[in-house]
Design a protein around this ligand. Structure first.
Ligand code: ADP
Length: 637
């Protein structure tokens, strides 16, 4: 055994450390329990290293000692002692590791701490400050450490955190590992209370994979199951773990357990809760999973890992490649985290896709709960390819309530010569079904997705295309593109429809426009109507009628969107109006009829601006038609 240096050496802390110690001791009074986390984390690291040595077959001092962390509390003496059976430190390691600042980011952190008034607590909570945080609670700290190498002696390090520390040989009977004894400051005596320490452990260190005992009792119950191979974790354990981290009583709908080794090492365990809290009035969910670095939780609500549209996901990400002392700001910029995040998102979306294929019932539940949130992801171009196939819609081909189709289902049953994927938005399925713009699609048996969710208005055009097929709103569709698609069964030609020429109809349309004036952009002959006499369609290319309405509702000062009126040249009502027009172009009845027809299409369109005038016109119309009816009655007599 090499001989311990026998004298007491006095060392002075690095200037930065002195600065840090000063801040820690004088200006931080809450979140001080972080020092427990930091010491446990160091102990767990040291245990990891010792375990690794032993796995490699190297001999350890005190080989019979269990790998564990013991905390002892003495209220009367105001002592907090933490002991680990880890790798320990040599004399030089004590000097180099506990007396200098190794991390390049630390000086910057100290600078920020010094400058930031109110934000200090936040900063310290996120950064962690390593071993020195112990001086938030203690005014004297003694470290006794014995390296795992059986030949190396123990040393003792002592400091009051005032600028210097002393090192002397440790007791000959010191056991493998490190003991840190903290003499608590008068205002920090709660850290000698079991309750305080227990809560800190449960809050920060519950998944440290070594037993943490406080006065002999093991406090941490859970192991880091996300770090275990999938085959070693039972379904029950997953469920229990989920309930613990998500604070849930229900079981998760699904989970994904995934580990990667190269190029970046990480473990992810993600869960989908059964109930969407957002949908039951809990307000917008905050994105957030537990971020661990080397088994130590650095953020229990890390928003940088998953995008907003996966905010319902709960779980854990743990990586050895991230720095433990990481702040929110540096998290956002961390290139590793970006890569991890992108891999995790991709994997998770694939997991959902797999679920949709293998467990459609469960996926359906997920969609019901979170479909609306998932659709917000249409802007995530990096994952569009994986996201779009997860989307589900109601459709003109769905007969049972609540049934949905995927875009792939849709594409599979597209009609011959059909090039685009068509959708139509509206408040309800019923409202959409009655929309006259659908008629030509129904007649040609072209499937249309029914979109009743406002986010669809953004999500579908946002996707632009799926499987190389453009997504188009029915009321914006270029009808030339479906000209060549034949109806499945040819309808019997309408019984002896009177011959009217397009020219005659165009004249009538012109008269319509005269009557309606500024209320419509133009009146044209329709190619999309089959059963209805008329319809209003939008005039802004690329914007569906529904979208125009939404925009108008959101920005009240934008003018009412202009509409184009289309009339159905095969409809008996239009034929009759044509006759009246041809007999008397200025007929007041024609005027009334056109106005009323217009009112009816406005009602269908849903943008009613003047209900009083509308009601009045309907009543005038009724008065006129009853008068005609009375005339008929008289003539019959
Ligand atoms: P960090 O843990 O971020 O490296 P710390 O200031 O907490 O920063 O610790 C500095 C170094 O001191 C550690 O990297 C480690 O080498 C050493 N150390 C701290 N605590 C222990 C311990 N319980 N056992 C062995 N080494 C330790």
């Amino acid at each position: 055994m090499s001989k311990p240096k026998s004298t007491v050496e006095k060392h002075v802390f690095q200037a930065e450390i002195r600065q840090l110690l000063d801040i820690l001791a004088h200006s931080l009074y809450t979140h001080r329990d972080i020092f427990v986390r930091e010491l446990i984390s160091n102990a767990a690291d040291a245990l990891d290293k010792a375990r690794f040595k032993s796995i490699k077959g190297e001999s350890l001092a005190d080989p019979n000692l269990d790998f564990e962390i013991q905390i002892e509390l003495d209220k009367d003496k105001r002592l907090f002692t933490i002991r680990d059976t880890g790798i320990g430190m040599t004399h030089d390691e004590l000097v180099n590791n506990i007396g200098t600042i190794a991390h390049s980011g630390t000086s910057e952190f100290i600078k920020q701490l010094g400058e930031n008034g109110g934000d200090k607590l936040n900063l310290i909570g996120r950064f962690g400050v390593g071993f020195y945080s112990v001086f938030m609670a203690g005014d004297k700290v003694e470290i006794t450490t014995r390296p795992a190498d059986p030949e190396t002696p123990a040393y003792r390090w002592t400091s009051d955190g005032q600028g210097s520390y002393e090192i002397e040989p440790g007791p000959a009977d010191a056991k493998r590992g490190t003991e840190i004894r903290v003499h608590l400051r008068e205002d920090a005596q709660q850290f000698a209370e079991k309750y305080t320490i227990e809560s800190a452990i449960k809050k920060y260190s519950n998944f440290v994979p070594f037993p943490i005992k406080v006065d002999g009792e093991q406090i941490n119950k859970q192991s880091a199951i996300w770090r275990e191979p999938k085959t070693a974790v039972k379904e029950e354990q997953y469920k229990e773990f989920f309930k613990f981290i998500a604070n849930e009583t229900e079981e998760p709908l699904t989970w994904m357990h995934f580990s990667a080794d190269a190029p970046i090492q990480f473990h992810a365990l993600l869960f989908v809760p059964k109930t969407n809290r957002e949908a039951i009035g809990f307000g917008k969910d905050e994105t957030g999973i537990n971020l661990f670095v080397r088994r130590v939780m650095v953020d229990n609500h890390a928003q940088e890992v998953l995008p907003d549209y996966l905010r319902f996901v709960r779980g854990v990400l743990d990586s050895d490649d991230l720095p433990l002392n990481i702040s929110r700001e540096t998290l956002q910029e961390n290139a590793y985290l970006h890569k991890i995040s992108s891999t995790v998102v991709g994997r998770f979306l694939s997991h959902l896709q797999e679920l949709a294929e293998k467990e459609p019932k469960i996926y359906r539940e997920i969609w019901q709960q979170y479909g609306r949130v998932l659709k917000e992801g249409y802007m995530d171009f990096a994952h569009k390819e994986k996201l779009a196939p997860l989307f589900r819609f109601d459709s003109s081909k769905n007969s049972e309530a609540g049934a949905t189709v995927s875009l792939s289902d849709y594409v599979k049953r597209m009609r011959d010569k059909q090039e685009a994927i068509y959708y139509l938005s509206g408040a309800t399925r019923e409202a959409i079904e009655k929309n006259p713009t659908l008629e030509i699609f129904k007649a040609k048996d072209i499937e249309v997705l029914y979109c009743t969710d406002p986010v669809d208005e953004f999500a579908l055009p946002g996707l632009i295309e799926f499987d190389k097929k453009p997504l188009q709103s029915v009321d914006q569709a270029d009808l030339k593109k479906i000209e060549g698609i034949e109806p499945l069964e040819k309808k019997e030609e309408a019984e002896s429809a009177p011959e009217v020429s397009d020219k005659e109809l165009r004249d009538l349309a012109r008269r319509f426009k005269d009557i309606l004036g500024d209320r419509v952009e133009e009146v044209v002959l329709s190619e999309r109507l089959v059963d209805s006499p008329a319809v209003l369609v939008g005039t802004t290319p690329g914007l569906s009628a529904q979208m125009e309405k939404l925009m108008h509702m959101m920005q009240h000062d934008t003018p009412m969107p202009k509409r184009k009126m289309e009339i159905n040249g095969k409809h008996p009502l239009i034929h009759r109006l044509l006759k009246i027009y041809q007999k008397d172009a200025k007929s007041p009845f024609l005027q009334q009829a056109v106005e009323t027809l217009f009112d009816s299409v406005v009602l269908l369109d849903g943008m009613i601006t003047d209900p009083h005038a509308m009601a009045l016109r309907t009543q005038q119309m009724l008065t006129q038609s009853t008068e005609l009816y009375m005339k008929d009655l008289k003539e019959e007599k």
